[in-house]
Design a protein around this ligand. Structure first.
Ligand SMILES: [Zn+2]
Length: 203
């Protein structure tokens, strides 16, 4: 699957690889695709797929060089940190960094289509279909399971896990009564008391 090519205003040209590209398939692209005006290849890969990212970059560099495109640079983005840049420096020429330089702890997430009209459908690297999002009330362990699966006991401590997802609206109408302000406050207090210290050193 050749990457979609995006022409910036005027020049240069940058070839963008889709984020689900497991392998950078530069070598399989139409040779015409890699014109002499191509300035860079951009790889945007979520942090969850970072395992062999250095190997992917090495492969892209290799193929570009082998095709006589030594001047084409490699631009990398997606969940980068100071540490990962150190590893990628050998092959990458430029970086797009967002989350790591924001000034507060962040919850990094993305939204993906995983089901269409009840049929599981997702891009490569994503788990298809609706899911349970569960949490163990005893040890705080969390996880996901297919919506069709029955939730059981926590694999860590054996306590029965709870489903965290509850419908609030059905066909545009409230699915049930909302909790009272007191219930919300009591719940928040319990959760805060049980939460880990946000200032603790992360391992
Ligand atoms: Zn547990």
């Amino acid at each position: 699957m050749p990457g979609a090519r995006r022409r910036m205003r005027g020049e240069p040209e940058v070839m963008v690889h889709p984020s689900d590209a497991e392998r950078a398939e530069v070598s399989e692209g139409d040779p015409v695709e890699l014109s002499n005006r191509l300035a860079a290849v951009r790889l945007d890969t979520p942090a969850s797929r970072r395992g062999d990212f250095t190997a992917i970059l090495r492969e892209v560099r290799w193929e570009l060089d082998a095709m006589g495109h030594a001047k084409v640079r490699i631009f990398v983005s997606g969940g980068l940190t100071e540490a990962s840049i150190r590893d990628l420096n050998r092959y990458a020429d430029a970086y797009g960094v967002g989350t790591a330089v924001s000034n507060a702890p962040v919850i990094d997430f993305s939204l993906d289509v995983v089901e269409v009209e009840g049929a599981p459908r997702a891009k490569r690297g994503k788990l298809t279909g609706r899911k349970h999002l569960w949490r163990c009330p005893k040890c705080g362990n969390r996880g996901i399971a297919p919506a069709a699966a029955r939730l059981g006991n926590c694999p860590a401590c054996g306590e029965r896990v709870r489903d965290l997802l509850h419908p609030l609206l059905r066909a545009g109408r409230r699915a049930g009564p909302y909790p009272s302000a007191r219930e919300v406050r009591d719940h928040a207090r319990r959760e805060i008391a049980a939460a880990p210290d946000p200032f603790a050193e992360t391992p």
